[in-house]
Ligand binder design. Structure first.
Ligand code: ATP
Length: 251
């Protein structure tokens, strides 16, 4: 088992102002880790710092370390494109490309140099299966991805992330734009995915964190207040702020 990330004193500044400050924690392999906390507490900033996506915003400075698989991803000799292949991301609003279902999934592998049609077909099929979408789309792989329902589009985005063979999948509020049935499917899928991947999910939905995660990190005003097994956070939190947040008294 063990950890896949060892985060040490991670601070992200937007200009002069820190979005998160001095965060240290480990993230465990093949587990679901939920990141919770009120709006603006730094959840997205933290998540995007884990695959260097945060660097795409203006005027950002990162200090501290994100040790991934033994190496700091912010070291100068690390290629951020390769990091984002190994640590994929799924966003709040499903964002398929205006292309066919097939080409959406084949996009990443093609960028990484796979052009053999048979190999691509194999990757598309296995990725769609792992994202629990294959049965619904197997007969229309050449249709535009934009014709899928919101929930299907989100599973397509998960399949697209899976297609480049990542080790970690980051989810930023993946169900907040979906109806309850589509949300339940995504929740079920995140739990299933931990068999082969490490999952980190930012959520506003406290019940969702309780239902699907093994570990929960509670952020407050840019600080990591409490981080523990989900059961402990929800049954016997150490910090009063954590307790007030999970019982709905603040936030
Ligand atoms: N690109 C940016 N430029 C400047 N400040 C930013 C940027 N992104 C986030 N911030 C600031 O950093 C802090 C943390 O924001 P972040 O989006 O990480 O919080 P969050 O917990 O994900 O919020 P929400 O739940 O509302 O999405 C906030 O004060 C926010 O205004």
């Amino acid at each position: 088992m063990g950890h896949i990330f060892d985060i040490k004193n991670l601070t992200v500044y937007y200009g002069e102002k820190p979005g998160i400050s001095d965060v240290s924690m480990k993230i465990y392999r093949n587990k679901v880790t939920a990141v919770i906390g009120p709006s603006g507490c730094g959840k997205s900033t933290f998540l995007r710092a884990l695959n260097r996506l945060v660097e795409l915003a203006d005027n950002v400075r990162v200090s501290g370390e994100v040790i991934f698989d033994g190496k700091n991803i912010y070291d100068r000799d690390v290629d951020p494109v390769e990091i984002r292949r190994r640590i994929g991301m799924v966003f709040q609003h499903p964002n398929p490309f205006p292309k066919s279902i097939f080409d959406n999934i084949a996009y990443g592998p093609r960028i990484h140099g796979i052009n053999d049609r048979e190999k691509l077909k194999e990757i598309v099929e296995s990725s769609l299966k792992k994202a629990a979408l294959w049965d619904e789309v197997r007969d229309r792989l050449n249709d535009s991805a934009l014709r899928l329902s919101g929930g299907q589009q989100q599973r397509l985005c998960i399949a697209r992330a899976i297609a480049t063979n990542p080790e970690v999948i980051l989810f930023d509020e993946p169900t907040s734009a979906l109806d309850p049935i589509a949300s339940a499917k995504i929740e079920e899928l995140m739990v299933e995915l931990k068999r082969n991947y490490t999952v980190v999910v930012v959520t506003h939905n406290i019940q969702q964190a309780a239902r699907i995660s093994d570990y929960t990190a509670f952020f407050w005003m840019g600080k990591l207040v409490e981080y523990d097994r989900t059961k402990k956070i929800f049954e016997k939190p150490e910090n009063e702020l954590t307790e007030r947040y999970i019982t709905g008294r603040v936030g």
